[in-house]
Design a binder for this molecule. Structure first.
Ligand code: PLP
Length: 433
């Protein structure tokens, strides 16, 4: 009996008695896949270290080029749309409650029209409006079987990996990798576009323009990918959240610009970075009717996603959708482009400024991220601390995006010009190389 009162230290540092543990044994169980997740979410660790620095150095002006968060106010046409959405709710004749879970028909049509400019035919029934690309890129895996083998670019936006870990598609996390995942290294040698795996994989996550490397897949690279997916009977999950940052006319903005892609790819996009909706929340996913999978004659992936969304999602905000409609109007597109250009001018300033002091920099030309190689073979976190201490600039360690991000560092072009210029100047003057 006495033994039951012995103190035990749990993994998370909590001390309990064995009696407590015995009582807990019959309680509801948690999803233990969460235990597999590597350390805390990247951005909370950055926030923790930045806070500690500020506490040690009160009054220091910290310059943040870390998170990919928009800073510029919404353009006039979108504000008009959002106001219209609010005003409609104030009148009994125009008030709406729950809408179509798949999205406002007018917005789905406007999104389909958006693809026409790329010579891509999308049926509004293939468009699913959502509250953002993060939600969709995390949830899309839920319609696929647990045993599917998942391939991811390395480094990449961490949500694809984490959502599959939580869903139990991987084993333990060791040496920076989850067992069971197929990592596709994106390195300087392959121009940050991966070699496709030899083994059979079922789901392939690709993000172009890539977060964090800023690399954009060429038409040829995407054609190879589509051919590969069709040959291996795999499905591509293509995240195009930064497509509006592609300036080079030869680079594809949608995977559907590649012939055959509607048979093997789902595309996710967002109003966050193209229209400043990071706080408003609006995105979309295209699930083609032609998408082929096991039992395709019986099950359509489009119908499965529809079932998932109608069960677990009640539709995007009607106010946000009214704003989204205006963002896709001719005037809205023009205004949004001006904001994208503003961030891309920031990217140019950062890239040029860092190259000038001899740092090796990538990306930043068709994407709002600059990917730099850490000097003197420093680890990503060593460089984070050095940059913060010497220049007071906060960036994002590349290792947080996957094992091949180690030795790299991401700077974001989202920010106000004055802050970006200050940060670049501080790096140029204070970084001891
Ligand atoms: N996809 C990528 C590649 C991203 O980098 C981000 C945000 O940084 C998102 C999706 C999230 O988009 P949203 O704000 O629409 O959820």
């Amino acid at each position: 009996m006495i033994g039951l009162f012995l103190l035990e230290k749990l993994k998370n540092g909590v001390t309990i008695t064995q009696l407590d543990r015995a009582k807990r044994e019959n309680m509801a169980k948690i999803n233990t896949n969460y235990d597999k997740l590597s350390a805390s979410y990247l951005f909370s660790e950055i926030a923790k270290r930045t806070k500690a620095f500020i506490e040690k150095n009160p009054g220091t002006d910290v310059l943040r080029l870390g998170i990919g968060n928009t800073t510029q106010p919404l353009p006039k046409s979108i504000i008009r749309g959002l106001n219209l959405g609010v005003n409609k709710l104030s009148n009994i004749k125009t008030y709406t409650g729950y809408g179509d879970e798949q999205g406002d028909t007018r917005l789905r049509k406007a999104i389909a029209d958006f693809y026409k400019k790329l010579d891509v035919v999308i049926d509004p029934m293939e468009v699913f409006v959502s509250d953002g690309a993060k939600t969709d890129s995390a949830n899309i895996q839920s319609i696929f079987g647990e045993k599917n083998i998942v391939a991811v670019c390395d480094p990449v936006y961490p949500v694809y990996v984490d959502s599959n870990v939580i869903s139990g598609r991987t084993g333990a996390y060791t040496n920076g990798k989850y067992k069971g995942f197929v990592y596709m290294p994106c390195t300087e040698d392959n121009g940050f576009f991966p070699k496709l795996p030899k083994q059979k994989v079922d789901l392939i996550y690709i993000c172009s323009p890539n977060n964090p490397t800023g690399a954009v897949a060429t038409r040829k690279q995407l054609k190879n990918l589509v051919d590969y997916a069709r040959d291996k009977k795999a499905i591509i999950i293509f995240d195009a959240a930064y497509s509006s940052y592609i300036k080079d006319k030869d680079l594809p903005r949608s995977i559907y610009e590649i012939k055959g892609a509607k048979k093997c790819a789902i595309e996710i996009n967002s109003f966050s970075k193209s229209a400043g909706f990071t706080g408003v929340r609006l995105g979309w996913t295209i699930v083609p009717m032609d998408l082929v999978c096991e039992n395709a004659e019986k099950v359509k992936i489009n119908a499965l996603w529809n079932r998932r969304q109608t069960t677990m999602f009640n539709g995007a905000s009607n106010i946000a959708q009214e704003g989204g409609l205006c963002a896709l109007s001719k005037e809205g597109q023009k205004e949004c482009l001006a904001i994208v250009n503003y961030y891309m001018e920031n990217a140019k300033i950062i890239k040029k400024g860092l190259a000038k002091i001899g740092l090796k920099v990538f990306g930043g030309e068709n994407a709002p991220y600059i990917w730099l190689k850490t000097p003197k073979k420093m680890t990503s976190w060593e460089f984070f601390d050095k940059l913060l201490n010497e220049t007071h600039v906060v960036g994002t360690p590349g290792s947080g995006f996957g094992p091949h991000g180690e030795g790299y560092f991401r700077l974001s072009a989202f920010g106000q010009r004055e802050n970006v210029e200050k940060a670049v100047k501080s790096i140029q003057q204070n970084l001891k190389l």
